[in-house]
Design a binder for this molecule. Sequence first.
Ligand code: AMP
Ligand code: GLY
Length: 449
Amino acid sequence: MRILVIGSGGREHALTWKLRESLRMEEIYCAPGNAGIAQEAECVPVDTAKPGALLELANWLRADLTVVGPEAPLVAGIVDDFERAGRPIVGPSKAAARLEGSKIFAKEFMTRHGIPTARCAIAESYSQAIEALAAFRWPLVIKADGLAAGKGVVIAANPDEAVRALDDFMQRKILGEAGERVVIEECLTGSEMSFIVLTDGQGVVELAPTQDHKRLLDGDAGPNTGGMGAYSDDAILNLAGRNEIMARVVRPTLKGLAAEGIHYRGFLYCGLMMTAEGPQVLEYNVRLGDPETQPIMMRLRSDLVELLLATRDGTLASREAHWTPNPAVCVVLASAGYPAAPETGREITGYESAEGLGGVKVFHAGTRVEDHKLLTAGGRVMGVTASSEDLASAIQRAYSAAEKIHFEGVQYRHDIAKHGLENRAPKPGGTLPVTPNHRGYPAAKVPPV
Ligand code: AMP
Ligand code: GLY
């Protein structure tokens, strides 16, 4: 089996690392990859913004399966291109990828199908947007319609901040076309969770639940980022909670897509706020999360190639994924200046001794090699990921490893997964119940909708 992975982040490194374990694997390629992926797969420098070139590469490699990491090629329609050419790929079509590519499409879709989400207004012009503000309490949330690489959501505490965001998006057009239309929505409170499934449209395999840490600084302060760390632990969500999400969000989403003639195949990421009224969808992503994929892959026991082949073949309903009960924690090391203007080209040392600690894997993101030196090459540089028997020791392991890695200006959060330690008893009026001792994460038995 020849597999091609598309992308260059920590997510793609974790995917490649896991795919390589499969007995079905013969050759694995990544386009374009990074310095860490290059140790596990053959990297080919093809730009992910060029779907035509990626199809040419997959044809040339005679890839039996292509797996797409980032959203941009999916939203651009890479899956349709591959399918037209008869080249196997796992991912949603261009029509299905609108769930991530257009926040307006996603909100209207959720309204049409009764999927719980924040109350919103859609504004096609600046004057409509200003007018719509009056219908919400402060703070409110302003979202650019299109893809904005994590820069398209502003939580505005007061009218000044809201007007500034609308000026930026709709008048100064700092995000280009992506910000020409906006969603304005109520601000939800609760705890956030990333609930990701793999589906062939009918069968659904739930991935282990994860929590991301989107803000740059400890205590959820500072600007939003792509994600400064994530962890996965069964205690994030018990069986009743998973069943509720499947019944209220995942199944209605798949049913709604099917009713609209859209066949969904691939990973579907539901970004949820767990509110006192139950789960509410903050966003859909039509792919795996980054960094969520790092702890997920560390916990996955099943053969990922088998699961992806079943997705390709439409036989996922007969599959289950098996997980180690051990929690996994990923701490992202980022460059100075991230997320606004990351400094790159700094030498990285100590990563080998970090991996020398048992139960640790360092997934590379923005790294490259020059003159036999490992250098930083992006905002998020590495995801130091550790697994252990309990969450406290997984956290400790991840931080012991992170401390061994050095580059000038390195920044990372010191509180990744820490609230998971406090989250072990139900909070009054808070999130869905958690199961302190739940172990083993069996596949949920969910009645079809
Ligand atoms: P999104 O890209 O829609 O997930 O938004 C990015 C981040 O903004 C989310 O992960 C949340 O932290 C925050 N966010 C988005 N929508 C809301 C909302 N309605 N209420 C509170 N926070 C939100
Ligand atoms: N970590 C959030 C995302 O992948 O969108």
